[in-house]
Design a binder for this molecule. Structure first.
Ligand SMILES: [Zn+2]
Length: 85
């Protein structure tokens, strides 16, 4: 009932039950980034658009993004991070 959230990938608004919530850092309650359930495309879009960083207000390490990607079918290639120290 009325609890709509925006997917950080495709930006469309959906009911919370249709989205997956990602939190980082895990210990902190509150902020969450939402991505359409079962939509790897949305996850990838969120990664490439820095949607997670924007929603969570922190930069999310690649390892974390990779771990999150396992919530979806296949492994998502996390390619947006330009840095290799
Ligand atoms: Zn989406």
């Amino acid at each position: 009932m009325g609890a709509y959230r925006s997917c950080v990938g495709c930006r469309s608004q959906k009911e919370r039950s249709l989205l997956i919530r990602f939190r980082y850092p895990e210990s902190e309650s509150g902020r969450g980034a939402w991505v359409c359930k079962d939509s790897k495309d949305c996850f990838q879009m969120a990664v490439s658009r820095k949607g997670f960083e924007r929603a969570l207000k922190v930069s999310v390490p690649k390892e974390v993004l990779t771990a999150w990607s396992r919530d979806f079918d296949d492994t998502v290639e996390v390619s947006s991070a330009p840095s290799s120290h």
